[in-house]
Design a protein around this ligand. Structure first.
Ligand code: GLN
Length: 315
């Protein structure tokens, strides 16, 4: 795909952005007070091309926690460190056909994929297990900062504390997986879960989040700084799983209609990667029943009617 003119593309995006502004479908997450208190009308968008061109619309500077959009990055980091053979010993690469926090494992007693909670919790346990929790967190934060080209990446301690205090499901998942030997030997479940909640509680804004996704679009090289942050093979595997599993139980539909690797998070963001071209970050807190931002999805559907971004489009 070649975008004929960036200016024209920007105009199209602006039109669709305004067109879906009135969408009030769905409901913002309210399982923790910090998410329940967010203004549900917020609507932000950022674009970052692989050659570093950017533009932002609406509430692109509003800060939110990255939640499940941390999952592809954690996975890519694990692949970078240990290679896909090792990582696949612990986490499969198959859509689960279940909700994001379902207590289920595949036939080999492994989580289905790293884009749902079970797989993401195990993936978190793989990254730098030899370090103490503080150093592990710092290690990851440094990579998130590099992915965002040194723009804004922070940490929301209130969200972290809330996530930790309403974590029965994730603890249940954790114990179920511990019983089934899903973690590397010597892992401490409490530490793994704390690390996972911390990764969900990293905060950013559309304009920075989009650069992280732009780094995935650009084979692991940050489009803003030119730094190689992730190996291109790790990024390739990650994008495959974003295409098949990134949008929870809507992933099949999303791949069918939109045909692009994407990842959504419960705070209302969606990262969409157009490989070798650009990334789009959408932020709108109201979620549909499957947990994806309703307005974000509507935006993508309408955008695709105007411009052929689907990976399997033959034009
Ligand atoms: N904190 C949430 C959880 O682990 C993140 C999930 C999400 O964004 N879907 O349940």
């Amino acid at each position: 795909l070649i975008i004929p003119s960036f200016k024209e593309f920007k105009k199209l995006v602006e039109e669709v952005f305004e067109d879906v502004r009135d969408c009030k479908d769905g409901k913002a997450a309210d399982y923790i007070p910090q998410l329940a208190r967010v203004d549900p009308d917020l609507w932000g968008l950022s674009v970052c091309t692989v050659d570093g061109q950017r533009f932002n619309l609406g509430d692109f500077e509003k800060i939110y926690t990255i939640q499940s959009t941390s999952k592809p990055f954690t996975y890519a980091m694990a692949l970078d460190l240990y290679g896909s053979d090792y990582v696949q010993e612990y986490v499969s690469a198959e859509p689960s056909g279940e909700g994001f926090n379902e207590i289920c494992l595949d036939d080999n007693n492994k989580p289905h994929n790293p884009m749902i909670n079970a797989g993401a919790i195990v993936t978190s346990s793989l990254v730098k297990p030899e370090l103490n929790l503080a150093d592990r967190f710092e290690y990851m934060m440094n990579i998130f900062r590099k992915l965002s080209g040194g723009t804004y990446v922070g940490f929301n301690n209130s969200v972290y504390l809330s996530e930790k205090s309403v974590a029965d499901r994730n603890f249940a998942l954790g114990y179920y997986m511990k019983e089934n030997d899903c973690f590397p030997k010597g892992s401490c479940l409490k530490t793994i879960l704390e690390f996972y909640f911390q990764l969900c509680s990293i905060e950013t804004k559309c304009s920075a989040h989009c650069i992280m996704a732009g780094t995935l679009a650009n084979g692991g090289v940050c489009p803003i700084t030119g730094e190689e942050v992730l190996d291109d093979v790790s990024v390739q595997h990650t994008l495959s799983l974003m295409l098949s599993c990134g949008m929870y139980d809507y992933s099949g539909q999303f791949a069918y209609k939109i045909g692009l690797p994407a990842k959504s998070g419960v705070s209302g963001s969606i990262l969409v990667v157009i490989p070798n071209v650009m990334a789009i970050c959408l932020y709108s807190p109201r979620l549909d029943k499957l947990g994806n931002s309703s307005r974000g999805l509507l935006f993508m559907e309408k955008l695709l009617k105007k411009v052929n971004l689907h990976q399997f489009d033959s034009d």
